[in-house]
Design a protein around this ligand. Structure first.
Ligand SMILES: [Zn+2]
Length: 384
């Protein structure tokens, strides 16, 4: 499974001055069909060859070798690799890495001096660790769900409630047996809830919880959760334990997670826009975000995933900017063009102890591309 350690290792890879070709290919059938997959990859590679004309001879040869190597085995790109795939190659530097991705990506090919990792980082940061608890009358099936993968975590089973034979019982007896059954059920819910609280504190833990089962069992477990676990609730789903399989649980988990993420993202973006509107603690737009990042004032950088804008980095003052000239407007140093300005903004934000949050769903942020919440309010510049 994709993890931060793999990304960090790639980041430390030294390409020794050779260009690195990073290729992302979407493998999830959607608006674009998989039938034209080979054509899509060929297009990407043709763009790479065209844009590498300006490189030095040895760099161009390295890229050409990478393009030819990928063209030769276009056939190996298929949905069996995951929802998407990322390939990093530099024949000059001897780099050849491939990652199966847990989610869809935008098709893209980038040539830079280092592997282009922003889509991978966006993916890692986006995947929450969910605990999925399916509860029945006397069992609890607990799963982990993350990166589109569902694994069994624990199976719990409480004592069967003795089958009561109501025939011949008086009304009083029947009531007593029913009360006993309710008490047993409540104890079972408390038992499962207690275990969930332990798992949350355990190594690995989880960020969010979803509960499935019949409506009454779901309600029973939710009621028994301790407040700190109840706070993590991302949603519920109705499932018949009798016909439940790992793949049906996975389908429910995907749906609940997707719904939660849409809500969470729109809440974050709405808060960002509110803060920007009330002045001082947030900025909107790529230029303003650059400016705040360069002042090291960014707490959280919000970027719309999938969008990509070229920019520059100053070799002298390290300023990241959307400017595309050759001279830094701040210090007069020389600007180096970069294919994705947000990638460099993200590095700078993380380096200064801030966080980066990619917004995957289209909303108001898509129109301004980026925004940032700030560590401190910016003094308003007097327009007079
Ligand atoms: Zn500069």
């Amino acid at each position: 499974m994709l993890d931060q350690a793999q990304i960090d290792r790639l980041k430390r890879t030294d390409a020794g001055g050779f260009p690195v070709l990073s290729v992302y290919v979407n493998l999830q059938p959607g608006p674009v069909s998989l039938r034209n997959l080979p054509a899509r990859i060929k297009d990407l590679l043709a763009q790479v060859e065209a844009s590498s004309e300006s490189l030095s001879r040895s760099e161009r040869l390295s890229i050409r070798e990478d393009v030819h190597a990928l063209s030769r085995d276009i056939g190996r790109f298929g949905p069996d690799l995951g929802h998407g795939v990322a390939v990093f190659r530099s024949s000059g530097a001897g780099i050849d890495e491939q990652f199966a991705l847990p989610g869809p990506v935008r098709d893209r090919a980038i040539v830079e001096s280092t592997p282009y990792l922003r889509p991978l980082e966006a993916m890692i940061e986006h995947y929450q660790r969910y605990c999925v608890a399916v509860v029945g009358r006397r069992f609890g099936s607990i799963f982990r769900f993350s990166m589109d993968q569902l694994d069994t975590w624990e199976e719990m089973r409480d004592e069967e409630i003795r089958k009561a034979n109501y025939g011949g019982f008086s009304g009083y007896e029947e009531q007593r047996v029913r009360a006993r059954a309710d008490e047993m059920a409540a104890r079972h819910y408390r038992h499962v809830a207690g275990r969930l609280a332990e798992l949350k504190r355990s190594d690995g833990g989880f960020d969010l919880l979803m509960v499935g089962g019949s409506d009454s069992h779901v309600a029973g477990l939710l009621e028994a959760l301790s407040p700190d676990v109840a706070d993590l609730s991302a949603g519920t789903f109705t499932i018949d334990p009798g016909t439940m399989t790992p793949s049906t649980v996975l389908e429910h988990a995907r749906r609940v997670a997707a719904e939660w993420e849409v809500q969470e993202e729109s809440r974050l973006v709405a808060d960002l826009f509110d803060a920007a509107a009330s002045g001082g603690t947030a900025v909107l737009g790529l230029d303003q975000a650059c400016e705040a990042v360069n002042r090291r004032a960014v707490e959280v950088l919000y970027v719309q995933a999938g969008q990509i804008t070229p920019g520059s980095v100053c070799a002298d003052c390290e300023r990241v900017t959307c400017e595309t000239g050759t001279v830094c407007s701040a210090c007069g140093g020389s600007l180096r063009g970069v294919p994705d300005v947000v990638d460099h903004l993200s590095e700078s934000v993380r380096g200064a102890g801030g966080r980066v949050r990619h917004i995957l769903n289209d909303g108001p942020l898509a129109e301004v591309e980026a925004g940032a919440s700030l560590r401190y309010a910016v003094a308003m510049v007097d327009p007079t």
